[in-house]
Design a protein around this ligand. Sequence first.
Ligand SMILES: Cc1cc2nc3c(=O)[nH]c(=O)nc-3n(C[C@H](O)[C@H](O)[C@H](O)COP(=O)(O)OP(=O)(O)OC[C@H]3O[C@@H](n4cnc5c(N)ncnc54)[C@H](O)[C@@H]3O)c2cc1C
Length: 275
Amino acid sequence: MGALAPLAAELASRLPGRVEADAPFGARTTWRVGGNAAVLVRVEDVADLAVLAPALPGSVPRVVLGRGSNVLVADRGFAGVVVVLGAAFEAITVGDDTVTAGGATALPVLARRCAAAGRSGLGFYVGIPGSVGGAVRMNAGGHGRETVEVLVDATVVDLTGTGAPVVRPLPSLGLGYRHSALTDDGLPPGEGAFLACTFWLIDNYLLQRRHAEARTLFDRLLGIRNDVGLLAEEYHPTLGRHVGNFPQAFSHVALVSTALNMQRSERRAAPRRSD
Ligand SMILES: Cc1cc2nc3c(=O)[nH]c(=O)nc-3n(C[C@H](O)[C@H](O)[C@H](O)COP(=O)(O)OP(=O)(O)OC[C@H]3O[C@@H](n4cnc5c(N)ncnc54)[C@H](O)[C@@H]3O)c2cc1C
């Protein structure tokens, strides 16, 4: 941990009052277990992020902590930089058709504010003890809805880059079951989404009778075929193009199988004609 003391001092000189060395980390999670972070930075606004990101050496691990409801910290602690978002990231603006909420906004607070303003659609957040940032990162959901169904876009700051905010449209965020593309999952970078698996997701929607979601995702997949109707092994949601083997038989087998499942399932769900 002490190895990052010089970095903590350097960051403290750039962001006075915002940096703590050897700071409680596990204690900030809902489990309240686990060790300390070598460095903890509390950013108060987007400008702080623009100072912080370029000052972080590439070799130093970094992680954003939301409300800590999906993080388990090792007893030995975290030999890197933990970033927490300050009060400026808790702002909520309720518009006519959309709601804008800062990354640190508590999900139950967001749900209640929307309900009080007469806006429906985010009620499922009321029982999830996370933040908006954590919900985007994890595609949080419950009661039959998840973040991917209500999100329009997210303003994202890459802490390995310049720190400049970038508005990322929903498809580029790669939201799947409790997963997003905003993740360091230990895999080498550059992987796309395996299309056969996305067809299997549609099959699962059908088994749960979530026909509208199945149809929406199926149409999305049909929409990414190339000009002669072929699919690759994977699709990269950020780059917006096919990656991996091309053409890929498994993607097409999955497409045909899912199309049959859709047809059977939609027929079963259709109201019967009375003769
Ligand atoms: C009692 C309990 C009930 C729960 N119920 C549900 C449920 O019904 N549905 C459900 O989906 N989940 C549930 N969860 C899990 C958890 O609440 C969600 O995953 C939530 O989205 C995590 O948000 P958080 O702010 O706590 O994130 P954290 O736990 O702090 O972090 C989780 C991940 O998100 C990243 N992250 C957090 N904030 C940001 C940010 N601003 N920018 C970038 N990355 C960020 C972190 O780096 C980490 O990788 C539950 C957890 C508990 C303890």
